[in-house]
Design a protein around this ligand. Structure first.
Ligand SMILES: *Cc1c(COP(=O)(O)O)cnc(C)c1O
Length: 370
């Protein structure tokens, strides 16, 4: 029986290291509500991510929901359907209306040339996603937002540790959110954060993540519970010690994949962006079935026979989810629509053995048209 290979594997410290990290929590009996580990992780991440301010959250999704609520937005939000369910759900759960913009066919981020055609007098913000860690066209988005008086919130769930022109990617827009879910490059088991610079926004966020509690007797916001607990923060403190090594290993494996799969007819690899320090979060490939000789779904099926689980990510588009049936028209973003049917991400994580990368490539290339 072959060993199952998943698309990712969580970064973890040794058991003993984690136990040492959580020992003080036992002694203090302070388990959550902005304790010592929470404070320490917030300080360390602020520095590591090169961002002015940070607010830790229970997960990436609540980071998005809290950021949108704290911004007191109304009406329509221009966003992308080529993302994880969370992005679109965070908008609709805030009683806001997503308006879907198409994507760039090479880096899969929002096609900035289409944004202005979607702006109406009801538009209040733009919510782009740094897809697979590819950085959006932040300067152009900033220009459009300023011109039309819109807020910008980046879903940077895939972009941990990345910089653009040497600047932390979380510095762009009015706020950026990161996810520290177990499947992401850096994890706190579950977790996330909002990065921002506006002080008043930060106060609003810190209240909303704790039920809107202002002080002992005043509750002035209809908040939720989105606090990161001490055990999550402790996991983050441990994993932060290994993150640079993790990214370095991913970089090497990415180069192995690239060497095998680039210049293969019918396979499109992820764009390499200038001036971006990448975190190598994912290895997406777009398969043109006609040119290659096998479809994305056929390749996925073949890999599965060898216990290798690639992921159809992102498929389907969020605009075609059953829960939104009849509300959106997925065909209105044709580039995203087509790519979602052709894209898959291959296994990639620090502990992945190089020979598995070659196995994956051998299996894929064995399906190639001769
Ligand atoms: C993972 C992810 C989220 C949600 O983060 P969680 O920590 O899982 O709640 C949001 N957006 C994108 C693009 C993601 O990949």
């Amino acid at each position: 029986m072959e060993k199952r290979i998943n698309v990712t594997r969580s970064l973890m410290p040794s058991f003993e290291e984690y136990i040492e990290e959580i020992r003080p929590i036992w002694d203090s009996h302070w388990l959550t509500n902005m304790g010592v580990k929470h404070q320490e992780l917030e300080d360390k991440l602020k520095e590591y991510l090169h961002v002015p301010e940070i607010s830790l959250m229970s997960n990436g999704h609540m980071s998005l929901e809290m950021a949108l609520q704290a911004m007191e937005l109304e009406g329509e939000i221009i966003t992308t359907p080529f993302t994880f369910a969370s992005t679109t759900h965070a908008i609709t759960r805030n009683n806001l209306e997503p308006v879907f913009c198409d994507i760039d066919p090479f880096d899969f981020t929002m096609d900035v040339s289409k944004i202005e055609t979607l702006i109406t007098d009801r538009t209040s913000a733009i919510l782009p996603v740094h897809v697979y860690g590819n950085i959006c066209q932040v300067n152009e988005i900033d220009r459009i937002a300023k011109k039309h008086g819109l807020k910008v919130i980046y879903d940077a769930a895939h972009a941990f540790a990345e910089t653009y022109h040497g600047q932390g990617v979380g510095c762009y827009g009015d706020a950026s959110i990161f996810s520290f879910h177990a499947t992401k490059v850096f994890n706190t088991i579950e977790g996330g954060c909002v990065c921002f610079s506006d002080e008043a926004f930060g106060i609003q966020l810190s209240r909303l993540k704790n039920f809107g509690i202002c002080n002992e007797e005043v509750v002035d916001g209809i908040g939720a519970n989105a606090k990161m607990n001490e055990f999550q923060a402790a996991m983050g403190l441990c994993n932060l010690r290994y993150i640079d090594g993790e990214i370095k290993k991913r970089k090497h494996l990415t180069e192995c994949y690239r060497e095998r799969l680039e210049r293969q007819k019918g396979i499109q690899l992820n764009a390499v962006q200038k001036d971006v320090k990448s975190n190598y979060a994912y290895f997406p490939v777009v398969i043109n079935a006609e040119e290659f000789g096998a479809s994305r779904d056929e390749i996925c099926g073949e890999l599965k026979k060898y216990q290798i689980y690639a992921r159809k990510y992102f498929y389907p588009l969020t605009s075609s989810f059953e829960c939104y049936h009849g509300r959106f028209t997925p065909e209105e973003t044709p580039v995203a629509w087509n790519i979602s049917k052709e894209v898959m991400t291959l296994p990639l994580y620090g502990e992945l053995e190089e020979n598995i990368v070659h196995r994956v490539c051998d299996i894929i290339l064995s399906l190639k048209k001769r």
